[in-house]
Design a protein around this ligand. Sequence first.
Ligand code: WT7
Length: 635
Amino acid sequence: MSNYHIKHLEEYYQVYRKSVREPDNFWEEVAEEHFLWRKKWDKVLEWDFKIPEVSWFQGAQLNITENCIDRHLTTRGDKTAILFEPNNPDEPAEHISYRELYKRVNKFANVLKAQGIKKGDRVCIYVPMIPELAISVLACARIGAIHSVVFAGFSSTALATRINDCDCKLIITADGSFRGDKTIDLKSIVDEALVSCPGVKTVLVVKRIHSEITMKAGRDLWLQPLLDTASAEGKAEVMDAEDPLFILYTSGSTGKPKGMVHTTAGYMVYTAYTFKNAFQYKENDVYWCTADIGWITGHSYIVYGPLCNGATSIMFEGVPHYPDFGRFWDIVQKHKVTQFYTAPTAIRALAKQGSELVEQYDLSSLKVLGSVGEPINEEAWHWYNDVVGKKKSPIIDSWWQTETGGIMIAPIPYVTPTKPTYATLPFIGVQPAIMNELGEELKGNQVEGRLCIKFPWPSMARTIWNNHQRYKDTYFSSFENMYFTGDGALRDEVGYYRITGRVDDVIIVSGHNLGTAPIEDAINEHPAVAESAIVGFPHDIKGFALYGYVTLKDAGEGRIHDNLRKEINQLITDRIGPIAKLDKIQFTQGLPKTRSGKIMRRILRKIAEKDTSNLGDTSTLLNPECVKDIIDQAI
Ligand code: WT7
């Protein structure tokens, strides 16, 4: 019988052991029993982390949307697949059944085809959290087009970079989006981006906010009239197991975002399997992940994982504080949510509002509480556990990454005993390793170091779009024969993992992964700026906030510092998006550097954290004298 659903701890250990000892047999059984294949594989796994190359279910053929939609039609045709909760609580929620989803995805797929989109073409999706976002993702997958969803909070420059990197010919967007009591003019952001994207021939526009927008003749088309006349039937394209399913960009240590490429079969099997187990999903549950589909969490655990299991998945358009801070709890009560998956930054913001607001709502439907995106601190963990979960709903602190495609380390609810701030045990099939700086694996318990994974898992990203060398350099070059995560971790006395945070140049702000390099590049564009360095410092809601050290040319030519600060943040907003704005900007005479000219972020980080007691030896710096000034003028 299948190992698809784990029900107790002993079974976890048993299945885990099997997944490690006989990975091929294990994943083959899961794949055999729970998915629809056009053709089965010739080989389960082939891999070599030295090249690096990984291939799962080689030779198999399938279409992921047949697994997400078609196969549910006979048994769950009338069941709600996507439950759309609009920004405005007075606007009725929309229940899209599996049958309805089938029709809408086919119509959309047929529209894309009519616009000349074929298997392998890249389609950019810049759409807010409305049903058309999930539907366009599935429509691309239906016809074998590779979707590249760009979070609809990114700026026009960030959007243009992502469109050009993978040569999208078509972009799907909306006239605008609702966010609490604000609206955002998405279409004008797209127009601005497209000035530098000559490859985009078609713009499909969803009407959402009914604003006045300009439509460029010969390029821009309203989506609805095209859908109205399109057929609601359509054959799914037959895809090879390793055909790319999507590209999703994540920031890295250079200014250029990395287009992580996920492929079809392994991604499907792993996201479906982890969804079932990490949330102990049962038929008729109502599952809600508050993430945006613009991030990997939304791809894997709003769209693909839940739909592969025939689940009801909520899509929420709004924000946690609109019309007030009770909105999340109102939605849980209204739709009788059983699994709730959110980020620590949201938990901290809601906890700050006190417990009374939560207590006004009936949250008795909740069975599982998930957390993802950054380490969850002790206080937030307890508040979530005690006030939201009433100590009855286990907290699933799930560690994973855009690159891993699915959950990697997390307790299985009602199976793995939880422990505050610990992501606990590796998921089935996941083989973590903790490494020291010399590249040696630290075996046994009670060790701390860098977190690597030493064996392939089905949903790992296969490459970086158009840059396999960078994929190798970033993930497979720090430690021999290992995937390096960029995170630090410790393993406690019983083998539980705790993620301690990034050990590279990535800073996680409100659960968003921000590379320091692109932000510094944006700041350095300012004509008065000579150079800059960004570090993170602890923030009670965001987890980390950004602290910028900025050296001006000619002391800024007498310009007023507060004005410069505004201009710098505006530049960051324009180049990346408002999520990357700096909380603090300190103007400096110079930045501490090593003799080879590398900025010593470690020192700047300590100063930003207001922990200057132990800066280490600064005498080897090229310019040790600047450190004292920076400390004296720290904000
Ligand atoms: C980075 C990946 C995976 C979906 C959202 C983020 C951090 C993620 C946890 C957690 C501690 C976490 C890591 C990771 N992270 N989840 N439960 N505990 N840290 O995806 O944007 O690719 O970011 O987020 O630092 O490397 P992402």
